[in-house]
Design a protein around this ligand. Structure first.
Ligand SMILES: NC(=O)c1ccc[n+]([C@@H]2O[C@H](COP(=O)([O-])OP(=O)(O)OC[C@H]3O[C@@H](n4cnc5c(N)ncnc54)[C@H](O)[C@@H]3O)[C@@H](O)[C@H]2O)c1
Ligand SMILES: [Zn+2]
Length: 379
């Protein structure tokens, strides 16, 4: 497997100093550029890859704030653009929306063209999937994440997926972007809820890999109005921790840190009918799975209390909305559709100790009652 490099080096690029990191997928290298107030450079950056035409994919919120701006910046380089959008929301992360994008690209995008995803994790997943399928992987793909969740998680790595009627991420592809372009200034227009949503992934990494970073995250201002320096620190550190996990595991298949809290988190998110954000559901998943780890004799009660107090301080929801026995049955039934399921059932990635990567424990060794009890604790 190709080497993953995490090099927070300083490089002069397009006339400006910025942090540049790199990761590799199957021998293909992705550059990750992180800085403040660099969006006007995006056209020049894309032009350096010499695409004939560019399809910009965004959602209707981001179209107004950044989509049109990016289109102008690319057109200024003499590159013709087609700007496509879809409604925001997790319900749009579906095959039908991806197929609609593909149909709209036909007749415009040539084999030497490119796709630029501009938006949150939903836009990146749908656009990356479409870019991969169109003309069988010929198009160049570029990612411009505009949410914290996308900047330090969804854009980092090669995975792109959409949801099915039964579960999250049932169908997808690996298609790494040529570059990920993070302008943290764009993150300053996010609501407090969306900043908190993204911070949960930072907390996930911090809990398993870096307790000093956890302290830093907990000391952030309670209104979550974050400065340029704070955003740069959070994005850089979270990406470094994610790249550390991807070393030797670029497919992110069964990576215990990356999937911490996600087995129940994805179920809780899906069965909330997406009234919870991914991060909110994940925080409930991490809580519930900490209780499960404790029941299995893996995690101390002190560490479980610490996990709960971290999320209480962050202000993420402490209860599954509309919890009922019927909902719990759906969650347990839903484990059948988890995309990491094997003959041993669905894996849970459970902490043994805070600050240390979790370990996989398969469903076949866990009773249904234990899972139900954990869900009850967060209801
Ligand atoms: N592929 C992966 O590896 C991966 C990793 C992490 C998360 N994800 C997925 O990402 C999705 C969540 O991503 P998300 O949290 O970015 O959600 P999202 O894409 O829905 O964005 C959240 C909201 O913020 C708005 N928005 C985007 N940028 C904005 C800005 N700069 N200012 C103001 N509003 C803005 C969007 O229009 C949307 O309403 C989930 O589907 C999750 O499963 C995928
Ligand atoms: Zn996640």
């Amino acid at each position: 497997m190709a080497e993953i490099k995490s090099r927070p080096e300083r490089m002069i690029n397009i006339g400006r100093e910025m942090a540049v990191k790199k990761f590799c997928f199957n021998g293909r290298e992705t550059e990750v550029i992180i800085d403040h107030d660099i969006l006007s450079d995006i056209g020049k950056k894309i032009a350096a890859y010499d695409p004939y035409r560019i399809v910009i994919v965004t959602d209707t919120n981001v179209r107004k704030s950044y989509g049109e701006f990016i289109k102008k910046s690319i057109e200024e380089q003499g590159i013709e653009c087609l700007l496509l959008d879809f409604d925001p929301g997790e319900a749009q992360k579906a095959r039908e929306i991806k197929d609609k994008i593909l149909d709209q690209m036909l007749g415009f995008a040539t084999a030497d063209s490119g796709v630029v995803a501009v938006g949150g994790g939903i836009v990146l997943d749908v656009a990356g999937y479409a870019a991969c399928e169109y003309f069988r992987e010929k198009l160049q793909f570029f990612a411009v994440p505009t949410t914290l969740m996308a900047a330090h998680d969804a854009a980092i790595g090669a995975k792109n997926a959409v949801n099915s009627r039964f579960a999250k991420h049932s169908f997808g592809v690996y298609y790494p972007p040529k570059f990920v372009f993070v302008d943290v200034k764009t993150l300053q227009s996010l609501s407090q809820r969306e900043i908190r949503n993204g911070l949960v992934e930072s907390v996930k990494h911090a809990m398993a890999q870096d307790l000093d970073f956890l302290e830093y995250l907990l000391a952030l201002p309670s209104d979550l109005k974050l400065s340029e320096e704070e955003l740069l620190k959070i994005v850089n550190r979270t990406i470094d921790l994610k790249l550390e996990c991807m070393k030797g595991d670029e497919y992110e298949m069964f990576n215990p840190v990356l999937h911490l809290g996600h087995t129940l988190g994805h179920q809780i998110e899906f069965h909330s009918d997406f009234t919870l954000t991914h991060g909110e559901a994940l925080s409930l998943g991490i809580r519930a799975e900490a209780v499960l780890a404790n029941k299995l004799g893996m995690l101390s009660s002190e560490d479980v209390a610490c996990v709960f107090s971290v999320f209480n301080r962050m202000g993420t929801p402490s209860k599954i909305p509309n919890a009922s026995n019927e909902l719990f049955d759906k969650i347990i039934e839903g484990l059948k559709y988890d995309n990491k399921r094997t003959r041993d059932g669905t894996p849970f990635f459970l902490l043994k100790k805070l600050g240390v990567p979790p370990v996989a424990v398969y469903e076949k060794t866990i009773s249904k009652e234990s899972i139900l009890q954990c869900l009850t604790v967060v209801s």
